[in-house]
Design a protein around this ligand. Structure first.
Ligand code: ADP
Length: 405
């Protein structure tokens, strides 16, 4: 009896173990299938539960890390794409592995796969890269490209993650350089422009002090010249102030719908007396009515006055100055034409620069700032100014302002 009981117990235990084994195998097979598919593992209550839970936790951590790495990578890639500085990454063999869009714009594309020497093309930059590889230390080098008048600065550092690799950063400092030159020129021009009237004021006052004050003929003449010089200095100071305000954006444009012909009429009337005194005819052509422009009327008039002032100044007695406005491709083109001295073609591109005057002796008075101011005002309106001229036959100054919608 006892034997039967033990036998039955053994059979039952064998069946139970077989069933457990069968369940475990099925569980393992299910886990393997889930792992293969990359699914979340089902955490059953059996022996495999803690294993599945551990793997799920690790999976979640890994996914989070991957996501954060992907976010970082995409951020870095956006920064590199948007960066105006050129970035190149080279491997230990000196082959470019990565180049951002700014680098391809500067050196031409494609750059990946080329040697650094081939990519940067300038031997000074290539030498700096070689020095960095030899010494393992960061190097800086500047180079001017005479053909394109570009000024480049290279910073090359060893890439610590890859032995022998390098990271190159090339900055285009052309604009900064140009601004520095403009600033230097501006100061030197300004001091030069101030020296002449100040020297003549000093000479005039010394002459008066030296006895000319008692001379009834000479004294009023000298005083008159002093007034003229002081007026010229005041005019220059006013123009400089205007220019600096416009350039620094301190002048706010009061934009309204403006009738081009009404601004032309107003500027024409303001300059009428000066033109009559110079014996130059001043005419406004009113053949068509151009559309209104979105503009600051007083600033627009200032541009016209500057242009008419020049046109009258550089036209001989008996000559003519004509004003007009016409519609052109969604804009209005204002023009001031004269039959005056004209401007040599090689100087046309420079007359809008501060202090630039064509043959200073010919001009006599003037600061060389009027056209600069006009250019800034026109550009602040989203427009463009240009000049056409022929020496001996006259000049035509035009500027374009978008028509108002
Ligand atoms: P300025 O105070 O000397 O007139 P601008 O900036 O107005 O200064 O003009 C710069 C230079 O451009 C002038 O000095 C002159 O040489 C030349 N210029 C401007 N307008 C005319 C013109 N209508 N005809 C001939 N030359 C001109």
């Amino acid at each position: 009896m006892t034997l039967y009981f033990i036998l039955a117990l053994l059979i039952l235990m064998t069946l139970w173990l077989g069933w457990r084994y069968f369940k475990l195998r099925r569980g393992i097979q299910a886990l393997l299938d889930q792992l293969k598919r990359g699914d979340e593992l089902s955490e059953s209550a059996n022996e495999l539960g803690p294993l599945a839970s551990l793997r799920n936790t690790q999976h979640a951590i890994l996914r989070e890390r991957l996501q954060s790495a992907e976010t970082q990578r995409s951020r870095l890639s956006t920064i590199l794409d948007q960066l105006t500085d050129a970035i190149l990454i080279a491997d230990a063999d000196g082959r470019v592995q990565f180049a951002n869009p700014a680098a391809e714009k500067l050196f031409g594309s494609p750059l990946a796969g080329r040697s650094v020497v081939e990519a940067v093309r300038r031997h000074q930059l290539a030498d700096a890269w070689r020095r960095c590889r030899e010494t393992g230390e960061a190097q800086t080098e500047s180079v001017e490209v005479p053909a394109s008048r570009h000024f480049l600065q290279l910073i090359v550092v060893p890439d610590r993650d890859t032995r022998g690799g390098t990271l190159l950063l090339v900055q285009d400092l052309t604009r900064v350089r140009r601004l520095e030159t403009v600033r230097r020129d501006f100061i030197s021009n300004l001091s030069h422009e101030l020296r002449t009237p100040l020297a003549s004021l000093k000479a005039l006052t010394e002459t008066l002090q030296g006895g000319a004050l008692a001379d009834e003929d000479a004294a009023p003449r000298f005083l008159g010249r002093i007034v003229t010089e002081v007026d010229a200095l005041t005019h220059m100071a006013q123009e400089l102030l205007d220019l600096s305000k416009i350039e620094s954006g301190q002048v706010e444009l009061v934009l309204r719908k403006v009738e081009p012909l009404s601004v032309l009429r107003s500027a024409c009337e303001r300059m009428r007396v000066q033109a009559e005194r110079a014996g130059v005819s001043l005419t406004l052509e009113e053949t068509a009515t151009p559309p209104k422009v979105q503009a600051d009327a007083s600033r627009l008039e200032q541009v016209l006055v500057n242009l008419i002032h020049n046109a009258v100044k550089f036209t001989r007695r008996g000559g003519s100055v004509t004003l007009s406005a016409s519609e052109e491709e969604g804009a209005v083109v204002f023009a001031v034409s004269d039959s005056g001295a004209g401007i040599p073609s090689e100087e046309l591109s420079r007359i809008f620069e501060r202090f630039y005057r064509v043959e200073k002796s010919r001009t006599g008075s003037g600061t060389g700032l009027g056209l600069s101011i006009a250019k800034h005002i026109v550009e602040a309106h989203g427009g463009k100014i240009w000049a056409e001229s022929e020496v001996g036959h006259g000049s035509k100054f035009s500027f374009k302002i978008p028509a108002s919608r």
